[in-house]
Ligand binder design. Structure first.
Ligand code: MN
Length: 294
């Protein structure tokens, strides 16, 4: 398999925005193909800075992918129409910016918000589901116009309630019915919700638009018990040719540490050189798994 392999910039950062130029250079030096960045940082960047970033990445041979867990103010599943409209407008704006930067992938909780746990008992999620499907269907037109694939991230029950399994995600994608709407599956979440990750991936053939990897404790791939051979076999059998982006988090602190719930230092007090070495180790580990599956 020769999928592009990437890493999420927040491995090195404690906030949901950063100097992405620095990470283009860093991950190019480490040998990655893809840098994933937080899409929510785009509207705060001047247009020229966005275009310069896209240009800098292109010059280094790096592809940028984008992800976001929508804030509650943009919840497309909300009972409040104004909130849903705001969410759709925001998503369309992000898609237009990403399209202008020649980006191909926007993934994340882009059908509701993150995290989202309802306080009242939830016995029937259909009203939330229906509102979300309707909104995503409208946003999908912009995804098509901009050439971006809108990848709905299926996440675990502690972070969202709408899409917890690949099977639910597939039903949602079918309900939306757009070629530009697919799933973002993630080994960290699948480890919690799927019976067998490999089987879930095989069944999701044709639906996977983007793929995140990480260990169960969010260390870099290769440092834990995640069934990597099962996962890679599943991706191969599903004929997945898209990007594989690792999303590890080791450090406490900042909004990232708070939102990801990192309550201990999983880096053992490691400095930036340690973090770089861990990223390089994981890249080699995943490339090795891909090479075994030519
Ligand atoms: Mn993820």
């Amino acid at each position: 398999m020769n999928n592009k392999v990437g890493i999420y910039y927040a491995f090195w950062e404690q906030e949901w925005s950063a100097d992405y130029f620095r990470y283009v250079e860093k991950i190019a030096r480490l040998g990655f193909d893809v840098l994933e960045v937080a899409a929510g940082a785009l509207p705060d960047m001047p247009r020229q800075a966005r275009l310069d970033l896209a240009k800098a990445a292109k010059a280094e041979g790096i592809e940028i992918t984008y992800c976001i867990g929508m804030p509650a103010a943009y919840d497309m599943a909300s009972p409040e129409e104004t909130t849903r409209v705001r969410g759709m407008e925001y998503a369309k704006r992000l898609l237009e910016m990403i399209g202008e930067m020649d980006g191909k992938v926007l993934g994340g909780i882009i059908y509701s918000c993150w995290p989202k746990i309802v306080d009242s008992p939830l016995w029937d999620k259909r009203p939330w589901w229906d509102r979300s499907v309707e909104c995503v269907r409208q946003v999908a037109k912009t995804a098509q116009d901009t050439g971006v694939t809108y990848c709905l991230e299926v996440v675990n029950r502690f972070e969202q309630f709408l899409l917890n399994t690949a099977e639910e995600g597939m039903r949602f994608v079918d309900a939306v019915g757009s070629p530009n709407v697919k799933l973002l599956l993630d080994s960290f979440h699948m480890n919690i919700e799927e019976d067998f990750i490999g089987d879930a991936l095989r069944k999701a053939e044709g639906y996977i638009g983007h793929f995140h990897i990480g260990e169960a404790n969010r260390k870099v791939p290769g440092r834990g018990h995640m069934p990597w051979d099962e996962i890679m076999d599943g991706l191969r059998d599903a004929h997945y040719t898209g990007r594989i982006v690792m999303e590890p988090f080791l450090k406490m602190g900042g909004q990232v540490g708070q939102d990801i719930k990192v309550w201990r230092d999983l880096s053992g007090g490691g400095d930036e050189q340690f973090m770089d070495r861990e990223a390089a180790f994981a890249l080699k580990f995943i490339r090795g798994k891909l090479a075994e599956r030519e």
